[in-house]
Design a protein around this ligand. Structure first.
Ligand SMILES: [Zn+2]
Ligand SMILES: [Zn+2]
Ligand SMILES: [Zn+2]
Ligand SMILES: [Zn+2]
Length: 445
C-alpha cells in the first residue's frame, strides 16, 4: 500500500503484519503522521521494517509505536523528521534507520535495537542526526551518524549521558562537556558511537549550595549554576584603642562567610587580626592620694595612677602613725610617803597629754619590816640619790624621819635601839643637810 504516500491525520491507526512484509510502506513517497496515534507492527522473524518509506514526517502531538521482529523498526530512504511527538520504536536491526538526515525536534523517542547484531537504536547512514529543543531521546544500543548535532532551545540545556546497554540509565554518565547550552556537533572522532546506551534530554541543574562568592555546583553534572549570593557585609566604624582595650580600623564583616574586608567594595579581604589595633598599654604614671603619717593619723604611700586613663595601676600602703613628740615631764602631784604622785608630759605636735604616776616614797614606818640595818641604808646619803622616788620621799619630810626615829625608839627592837639612838642623835643634823643638798642638785639638772 501507499504508492502515492500515506497521510494519517487526526486519526488512530493500528497496522499489524505477520509475514515478510511492512506494516506501513511507501517506497517512493512520504508517510505523514500528524496529530494521530499510530501503531505499526511487523511481528514475523523474517519481517521487513514495520515502517518503510521514502520520507517520514511525524508531527503535531502524534504518538507512534513501532516494532519489527525481523528488520529495522523504521527505515527511511530520505528525510525523516519527527517533531512535537512521542515515539516508541523497536527493531531487530537499527530501530530507526535513515539513509539521509534524521531530524528530531521537541520530541520524545525511546528506541531499542533488539537483535543484538551490533546495530544502533538510531542510525543515519553517512548523514546527520539532529536533536533539537525540548527533546528526550533514549537510544538502547546507541546512536551513529556522520555527525550528531545537539541544539538546545535558547536558555535551556540538553544533556548527553552515555553508558552501556546492560546497565542503561544506571551506568550512564555525562558525555564530554554535557550538559550543553549551545549547539554542539559530534563526529566520529568524538566516539559517541562507541556507547551502547545514549540518553539525550533536557537538563536542570540541581542541588549544591551557593556561597557569597561562588554559585552552587550541580549535584548531577558538577557544573556551577545560578549566581553567587554576594556578601552581606556590615560596617564596623574605626575605634581608637585605649590603655587596656583594643581598638579597630574601619572594616566590613560578612556574617555569611566570616570574612573581613578593609574596603566598602569588599574587594580587599583581610584577616580579622589585621582589623585590630592593639591596646596601647598604660602611659606615664603619677602618685595620687599620698599622705604623710602624723602622731594622730595614719599616712598613705599613694596610688600609682595612669596619667592617660586614670586607672590605679598599683595601690599604695598604709603608713603607721608616728610617735608623739613629748616635752619634759612635769610633776603635777608630789608623792608622799604614803600617797602616789603624778607627772605628765605633752606632745608638742598634737597636744596629747600622757600621765604617769609616781609611786609613794615608801620610807619605812614600821621597823618590824626590816632587820634594823635597812633604815641605815635609807639614811645613807649615797643610796637615795640613785632613786629619785626614794629621794623625793626622803626629802619630802625630813622631820618625819625624826618622828619615825622616835617611834622606833618607842616601839622598837631592843637590839637596835642603842645604835639608832647613837646614830640619829649624833648624825641627824648632818644627814638632813646632805639630803637637802642632793635634792637641790637634782632639781638643778
Ligand atoms: Zn547540572
Ligand atoms: Zn560573605
Ligand atoms: Zn592607662
Ligand atoms: Zn602627737
Amino acid at each position: 500500500m501507499g504508492e502515492n504516500g500515506i497521510s494519517i491525520s487526526d486519526s488512530t491507526v493500528v497496522a499489524t503484519v505477520n509475514g515478510q512484509s511492512n506494516a506501513l510502506y511507501s517506497i517512493n513517497n512520504i508517510i505523514d503522521i500528524s496529530n494521530s496515534t499510530v501503531e505499526a507492527y511487523a511481528v514475523a522473524d523474517n519481517s521487513y521494517p514495520a515502517i518503510w518509506a521514502n520520507a517520514l514526517t511525524v508531527s503535531n502531538k502524534s504518538n507512534v509505536t513501532v516494532d519489527s521482529n525481523g528488520d529495522s523498526g523504521i527505515y527511511i530512504l530520505n528525510q525523516c523528521k519527527i517533531s512535537d511527538s512521542t515515539l516508541k520504536v523497536q527493531g531487530y536491526y537499527d530501530a530507526i534507520f535513515g539513509d539521509n538526515d534524521i531530524n528530531i525536534v521537541n520530541s520524545k523517542i525511546e528506541s531499542t535495537s533488539t537483535g543484538n547484531q551490533g546495530n544502533y537504536a538510531i542510525y543515519s547512514n553517512d548523514h546527520t542526526i539532529s536533536v533539537t529543543g525540548n527533546s528526550d531521546i533514549t537510544a538502547n544500543a546507541g546512536m551513529d551518524a556522520d555527525q550528531i548535532v545537539i541544539s538546545p532551545t535558547t536558555g535551556q540545556m540538553l544533556e548527553v549521558k552515555v553508558g552501556n546497554l546492560a546497565e542503561g540509565e544506571t551506568g550512564a554518565a555525562h558525555f564530554n562537556d554535557s550538559p550543553y547550552t549551545e549547539p554542539v556537533t559530534f563526529t566520529a572522532a568524538d566516539d559517541l558511537w562507541t556507547y551502547t546506551y545514549v540518553h539525550i534530554k533536557p537538563h536542570t541543574h540541581i542541588g549544591g549550595t551557593a556561597t557569597c562568592t561562588d554559585p552552587a555546583i550541580c549535584d548531577d553534572c558538577g557544573k556551577p549554576y545560578g549566581n553567587a549570593l554576594g556578601h552581606k557585609a556590615v560596617k564596623t566604624e574605626a575605634k581608637a584603642p585605649t590603655c587596656t582595650e583594643d581598638g579597630n580600623i574601619e572594616n566590613w564583616y560578612c556574617d555569611a562567610c566570616g570574612k573581613y574586608f578593609s574596603d566598602e567594595a569588599l574587594t580587599e579581604e583581610i584577616i580579622k587580626e589585621k582589623t585590630v589595633i592593639k591596646a596601647t598599654g598604660h602611659g606615664e604614671t603619677e602618685l595620687k592620694n599620698a599622705k604623710e603619717a602624723t602622731c594622730t593619723e595614719e599616712g598613705y604611700t599613694g596610688d600609682k595612677v595612669c596619667k592617660v586613663c586614670g586607672e590605679v595601676i598599683e595601690k599604695g600602703t598604709v603608713i603607721e602613725k608616728i610617735a608623739h613628740t613629748f616635752g619634759e615631764w612635769t610633776v603635777t602631784k608630789e608623792p608622799t610617803a604614803t600617797e602616789k604622785g603624778e607627772k605628765q608630759h605633752t606632745c608638742t605636735i598634737c597636744g596629747y597629754v600622757e600621765k604617769q604616776e609616781i609611786p609613794a616614797t615608801g620610807t619605812p614606818t614600821n621597823p618590824s619590816e626590816g632587820n634594823g640595818n635597812s633604815p641605815i641604808g635609807t639614811t645613807d646619803p649615797k643610796a637615795p640619790t640613785s632613786d629619785n622616788q626614794t629621794d623625793n620621799k626622803t626629802v619630802s619630810d625630813t622631820s618625819n624621819n625624826k618622828t619615825n626615829n622616835k617611834d622606833v625608839l618607842n616601839t622598837g627592837d631592843d637590839s637596835s635601839i642603842a645604835l639608832w639612838v647613837t646614830v640619829m642623835l649624833g648624825a641627824g643634823a648632818i644627814l638632813t643637810g646632805i639630803v637637802l643638798y642632793n635634792r637641790k642638785k637634782r632639781y638643778n639638772k
